[in-house]
Design a protein around this ligand. Structure first.
Ligand code: NAD
Length: 297
């Protein structure tokens, strides 16, 4: 298939590489020339702008951009995708953005005769490289079915969540829970250890008892409890504090729009904001345990 791909960052580059590997013909653009060059070396064709990707008459275009303002400008701005499309085209945005912006862009695109899916992912850069991402997809069933074989080259678990925006809604709900559960795990581990329990013994109990959760049994924040996770390597790699802060901001803003209380989500957002303001934005989000006075070594 001929596919346009815009946004070749930490996630987009490995995703695009997997599409090339699966035999698709890719037309790629990013503001970073180095990012484009690395995809050209993998077999993709460079284009000069989002509009130039659209002018190649691709069957679909995928975007993987930082935030809503980039998504709006790449699709709807001057030199954007929609201005240059010549035939009805399926457009897939995999960036994590707010539900309302996803719905607004989808309506604007549909008004010009094109189709749109919001398809944010979870699974991080490791999942992007391995082609094992989870895609949460919002949009029409027929468009989902057209996209499925292409998404399967980048992901393992592809879920149709409902109409436009519901992919982003599912993603934001899941990541809010992740932020809360990481803080809760940090709080519980710190308390138990402060009261004299060995951290490995405590984690072992939690992981087979009613407190068990992903933050505890797969990504434990307490240093030295688990191998191969950021807490065992100074909180480097993994999912950055500032990315978690972004997702919690999306959750609290979405909640405000529908007047839905997110009491713990808002508290988690403030805790991550404080932690980031203290200069920790680049650390993995499990480093939030340092807010409880836990230090390594
Ligand atoms: P990134 O910052 O590494 O990459 C974004 C890329 O978009 C950059 O290469 C940038 O140059 C490019 N870009 C920005 N504006 C552009 C424009 N106008 N035209 C063309 N290219 C432009 O970010 P990332 O980590 O790849 O994340 C992308 C999205 O995926 C974000 O919305 C993020 O929240 C989400 N996400 C990230 C992760 C993760 O672990 N990194 C996991 C799940 C979801």
């Amino acid at each position: 298939m001929r596919i346009g791909f815009i946004g070749l960052g930490n996630m987009g580059a490995p995703m695009a590489r997997n599409l090339v590997k699966a035999g698709h013909e890719l037309f790629v653009f990013d503001l970073s020339a180095a990012a484009v060059q690395s995809l050209v070396e993998a077999g993709a064709t460079a284009v000069e702008s989002p509009a130039a990707a659209a002018a190649q008459r691709p069957e679909m275009i995928i975007t993987m951009l930082p935030a809503a303002q980039h998504v709006k400008s790449v699709y709807l701005g001057e030199g954007g995708i929609v201005s240059a499309l010549q035939v009805p085209t399926l457009l897939i945005d995999s960036s994590t953005i707010d539900t309302q912006s996803a719905r607004d862009v989808a309506s604007a695109v549909q008004a010009q005769g094109h189709s749109m899916l919001d398809a944010p992912v979870s699974g991080g850069t490791g999942g992007a490289a391995a082609g094992t991402l989870t895609f949460m997809v919002g949009g029409a069933q027929a468009d989902f079915e057209r996209a499925l074989p292409v998404l399967q080259a980048m992901g393992k678990n592809i879920v149709h969540c409902g109409d436009a925006g519901t992919g982003q809604a599912a993603k934001v709900a899941n990541n809010m829970l992740l932020g809360i559960s990481m803080i809760a795990t940090s709080e519980a581990m710190s308390l138990g250890v402060a009261l004299g329990v060995d951290p490995k013994v405590l984690a072992g109990i939690i992981n087979t008892a009613s407190g068990r959760c992903w933050s505890s049994d797969t990504y434990n924040p307490f240093p030295g409890v688990m191998e191969g996770v950021p807490s065992s390597r100074g909180y480097t790699g993994g999912f950055g504090t500032d990315l978690m802060l972004k997702d919690l901001g999306l959750a609290t803003e979405a909640a405000r729009q529908v007047r839905q209380p997110v009491i713990l989500g808002a508290a988690a957002q403030q805790l991550y904001q404080t932690f980031s303001a203290q200069g920790n934005g680049q650390l993995d989000f499990s480093a939030i345990i340092r807010m409880y006075g836990v230090q390594e070594g």
